[in-house]
Design a protein around this ligand. Sequence first.
Ligand code: ATP
Length: 440
Amino acid sequence: MAKPKQANQKMEDIISLCKRRGFVFQGSEIYGGLAGTWDYGPYGVALKNNIKNLWWKRFVDGREDMYGVDAAILMNKGVWEASGHVSGFSDPLVECSKCKRRFRVDQLDDPKVCPECEGRLGEARQFNMMFQTHIGAMQDESSISYLRPETAGGIFVNFKNIIDSFHPRLPFGIAQIGKAFRNEIAPRDFIFRVREMEQMEIEYFVKPAEWERFFQEFQKQIHEWTKEIGLEKSHVHELEIADGDRAHYSKRTIDFEFDFPFGRKELYGLAYRTDFDLKAHSESSKTDLSYYDEETKERFIPHVVEPSFGVERTFLAVLSDAYTEDELGGEKRVYLKLSPNVAPVKIAVFPLLKNKPELVAKAREVYAVLKKEFGAVEFDDNGNIGKRYRRQDEIGTPYCVTIDFDTIEKNAGVTVRNRDTGKQERVALEEISEKFKGIV
Ligand code: ATP
C-alpha cells in the first residue's frame, strides 16, 4: 500500500536535516553508498551516545542485579549452531522475474506481484541473514565464522564467567550494548532497517516459576524508558505476539511498536526465552551452565526474560517525535524538540556580535565555565544571531546564552533563550551555572 504523501515528506525532511546538520550520512557515500549502512556525524554520535549512556545508567548502573559485558563480535560458529541461527535465522526471499529486484515476502501486500514494476514474483526461498566470513588463512568449512546477528549470543556464552567471578544470586541480568549484523533482504526506511546496527540487550536470569513477574517488571520499565528519552506516550504500543508467530525459543513475546512516520513498526522486543539458550549452549559446548540454589539446594538451568532494544530505531523514534515545524516571530522554523537528556548540545553560547572583542572575550569566559560544568556546550559566532538560533534549533539545543552590550556595560547578566518558546530571560552571570543544573 502506498504510504501517505505527508508521511514520506516527514521522513524526507528528517533525512535531509540529518545530513545537513551532521547527524547521519549515507555509508560510503563518495563511492555511491552501500545499502543498509549509515555513518554518524558529530551530532549523531552525540545523540547515540546519550541514548546508550542513559540506557546503561537506567538498566545497569542504576541497579544492583546487573552485570555488563562487551563480548567479541566474531564468535565460534558453534554459538550460532546451538542458538538455531545457522539453521533457522532466515527470511523468505522472492525475486522479480522482470526487474530482478528482491523482496521479503512477508513485507509484501501481494506475494505474487512486484511492487516496483508489477512483474511476476518467483517462488519464495529461505535466505539466511547472517554475514559469513572466514577466520585465518584457510577458506574452508572449518574456518567459517559469522558476524553476530544479535548481542544475546555474547551474553549467554559469558553466563558461566559471571557466575564464577561474581557468584550472583538469581534473579540477575547480564547486559550488553554492541554492534550486530544482519544481511537484510530489503534495508529500508532510513536507519529503521539496516544491515549493521547496534543493540542494547539484557538477558535476565530467573527461577522458572518467577518469569512472569519479571516479564511484567520489564514491560513497565520499557514504558518508563520511552518516557525518559522523550517519546510521546500515545505513540508507543504493545503487540502481543500470538502462538505460532513467535521465535522458536519464545513462550511469550511482546513487540513494542512505535508510530514512525512510515507507519506503526517494531521498536523493541520483550521475550520470555525459557531455558532454551542456556540448555542449548550447555549441550552443545559440553559445559555445565546450571545454577545451584543455596537455599533450596537445587541445581537447575535458569529461565530468561530478554528485553531487546535497537539503538538506531530508538534514534529514529526520538527524531520522529522531536521533529517540529512552527512559526516563531512571524518566521517559519524547523526545530528538534529533544529532551535535554538526549540533546547532542545542551547549551550554545554566543557573543551578540562577532567583531566586538569585548563581547567575544566575555562569551568565551561564560562558555568555558559552562563547558566545564556541562560538557556538551557549543560556542558559536558564525553568521548573525538569528541564523545561530535557527541552527541550534535544528539540532535541538534546549538553551542559547547570548552575551550582549548590557552584559558588560551594565552588568545585566546574559540572555537565556528557550528553544521551544523562543522566550528570553536575563540571568545574572554568577547564577548562570546554577540556572542549568538539573535541567540539562
Ligand atoms: P524485525 O521484525 O523488524 O526484522 P526482529 O523482530 O527481527 O525485527 P529482533 O531480532 O527482536 O528484531 O531484534 C531486537 C531489536 O533489534 C529490534 O526490536 C530492533 O530494535 C532491532 N533491530 C533488529 N533488526 C534490525 C535492523 N535490521 N535494523 C535496525 N534495528 C534492528
